[in-house]
Design a protein around this ligand. Structure first.
Ligand SMILES: [Zn+2]
Length: 362
């Protein structure tokens, strides 16, 4: 048996609110369902059925599991359209209680209640940023995606992010519907729309980029924007392989709501590369890029303070200890600030309530 020390893994795009999905999600996605319908029949019903208790249980379960996988930072993107105000505090408590490092934002959208909904989302980002989150918890300005917001909302999001000097965190070109929408509005492409509306701040985080062009990806690199590749999610939603991302040096790895097992995400990416001719991508480099996002947001010093001790034996590797910001949060393979059993029990209970509530959401 050997002990190995590694830098903590960074999950550069995820959704704590979907933490209960492993508990027997009763909604099956037919294999032919187009991506916009997957959003409508599953994710946009789930996010409207959330309550404070359900969100807290989902987040605590997701965070606890992330720590046990050796993930030390989560870059989260949150939406709960029927419970916007205060929702980021619920996530911040879950993260702070268990000791993980996190970047939190509310994903502004107009898809349910129009511009008023966007204003409530922007207000939640602003309220949270005004609390001056420090230490292991920081804030960003979230936007769901270009195709669910007006130009004015994009501009407002960019302005708010510039005011607080934080990144914008947005889904970008996950599916062709996002690109088609930008063209229908008269822009040459999605990035052109973001630039025209000044939607992005320095170091903004664009999740997916599956249908960005090679030139758009190069331009994101030149502008200092981050792209986040989510291989398991892209496969699951059948939106395509993000081949153009190879044109940027600033591409990190995220799980987009899948459990925060970054080794599994790397393995999935490696499989996808095998099937994509002429694409040279190193999954390890993508995982390491997430640490540069952490450096941008939290400062240089934290890169040394987040580490994972693993035990290697013929049976494989397992995480035995995790230290974040110099604080032990996993010891002897167990969480320090909660028991795994209690997180699972609370999550199971909350999942049962959530699935019932989703039946009533149209
Ligand atoms: Zn996402």
């Amino acid at each position: 048996m050997t002990l190995l020390e590694k830098a903590g893994a960074v999950n550069a795009h995820t959704h704590l609110y979907s933490g209960l999905v492993p508990f027997d999600l009763p909604f099956q996605i037919p294999p032919t369902l187009p991506f916009p319908d997957i959003l409508k029949t599953l994710w946009w019903r789930l996010d409207r059925a959330l309550t404070p208790d359900i969100l807290s249980a989902a987040a605590r379960y997701y965070v606890g599991q992330a720590l046990l996988y050796g993930t030390t930072t989560l870059v989260d993107h949150h939406e709960s359209p029927t419970m916007i105000a205060g929702s980021l505090d619920i996530l911040a408590s879950a993260c702070a209680d268990l000791g993980i490092r996190a970047v939190l934002c509310y994903g502004v959208t107009e898809r349910n209640f129009g511009r008023e909904e966007a204003q409530a989302g922007l207000a939640e980002c602003q309220r949270f940023l005004q609390t001056r989150p420090t230490g292991k918890i920081r804030g960003a300005v979230g936007v769901h995606a270009g195709f669910t917001v007006s130009d004015q909302t994009l501009t407002d999001a960019g302005n708010l992010a510039r005011q607080f000097q934080v990144p914008v965190h947005i889904h970008a070109a996950e599916d062709t519907c996002d690109v088609d929408d930008a063209r229908r509005r008269g822009d040459a492409g999605l990035l052109a729309r973001f630039i025209r509306t000044r939607a992005l701040s320095e170091g903004s985080i664009l999740a997916h980029g599956v249908h960005l062009t090679n030139d758009e990806v190069r331009e994101c690199d030149r502008l200092g924007m981050w792209l986040v590749n989510n291989p398991r999610s892209n496969e699951n939603n059948r939106v395509g392989y993000a081949a153009a991302l190879a044109k940027s040096r600033r591409v990190a790895l995220g799980t987009d709501g899948f459990p925060s097992d970054m080794e599994a995400e790397k393995t999935c990416l490696a499989e996808q590369i095998k099937g994509a001719d002429g694409i040279v991508v190193n999954p390890e480099v993508r995982l390491a890029a997430g640490r540069q996002i952490v450096r941008q947001i939290f400062g240089e010093k934290v890169l040394l303070s987040d580490r994972v001790i693993m035990r290697e034996s013929p049976e494989g590797r397992e995480v035995t200890a995790v230290e974040i910001g110099g604080e032990r949060v996993v010891e002897n393979g167990s969480l320090v600030y909660a028991t795994w059993q209690s997180l699972v029990a609370d999550a199971k209970r909350a999942a049962h309530v959530l699935w019932a509530r989703m039946e009533d959401v149209q």
